[in-house]
Design a protein around this ligand. Sequence first.
Ligand SMILES: CC(=O)[C@@H](O)[C@H](O)COP(=O)(O)O
Length: 256
Amino acid sequence: MLFYGSELSSRLMLGTAQYPSPEILADSVRAARAGVVTVSLRRESVGSRAGQAFWSLIRDLGVPVLPNTAGCHTVKEAVTTAHMAREVFETDWIKLEVIGESDTLQPDMFALVEAARILSEDGFKVFPYMTEDLVGAERLLRAGCQVLMPWGAPIGSGKGLNNVFGLRALRAHFPDVPLVVDAGIGLPSHAAQAMELGYDAVLINTAVAQAGDPARMATAFRLAVEAGLIARTADPMEQRDMAVPSTPVLGRAVLA
Ligand SMILES: CC(=O)[C@@H](O)[C@H](O)COP(=O)(O)O
C-alpha cells in the first residue's frame, strides 16, 4: 500500500508524546519497527535546548517523520503550524488535526476540509485526522487528500474501535484509498481488529507510551498488526448464527 507514493516499512505508525524518557521512546520506536513516527511541533519549542534534543533524537531514529498539527482548533492555527512543520522537518507530509470539541477532542470536520484544501493546494500531502463520517471523507478526498485517518475512539481513551459499523462502511465505500485508524486504540487486539477490517495501518501513541513497559507493548502492537494483516489475506471464515460441529460425527459409535 502506497501512502502518497511511498511504501512504508511497516503498517504501524507511532506517536512520540508522553513517554517516560527519551530513551524509552527510542526503544519503543525500535521495538515497534514503526513505519512512521508522528511528532507535534507544539510539543517543544524548536529553538529551546530540550526541543533541539528531541528533534535530533527523532532524526537519529531514521524513521520517516509525519509532523502533526496537534492542539490546533482553527483553520488558521493548523495551516500556520503545518507551514512551520514543513520548514523544520523538511517534509510536505502533514497529519492534519483540527479539534472541534474539547471533551472528546473530536475533529471539526468543516474546518478540517477547509484546512486540507488550503494545504493540498499549497503542495502538502495531507493525512487528515477525522471522524468515520462518509460525507466528510468524500469532501476530504475532493479537497486533495489521498489518505484518510478516521478515529477509533477519542484520543487517549484506549476504547478501541467504537463504531465498527462506521469504520467498515468507510472501508467499503473507499476500497482504493489508504485508510489508517488513528486514536483510541488501547490494546493490541484493537489494532489487529482494525487490520482485519481491511485498514491499511494504525496509529498508536498513548497505549504504548503509558504502558508499564512501553517497549514490550510496542512489540505486542507490532505482532498484532502483522497478525491482523496476515489473517485478512488468509481469507477468514464467515461468522455463523448456528453452531456447526468441528469434529466429524459420521461413523460415531452408537452406545446402547
Ligand atoms: C489524533 C491524535 O492526536 C492521535 O494521533 C494521537 O496522537 C494518538 O491517539 P492515541 O494516543 O489515542 O493512540
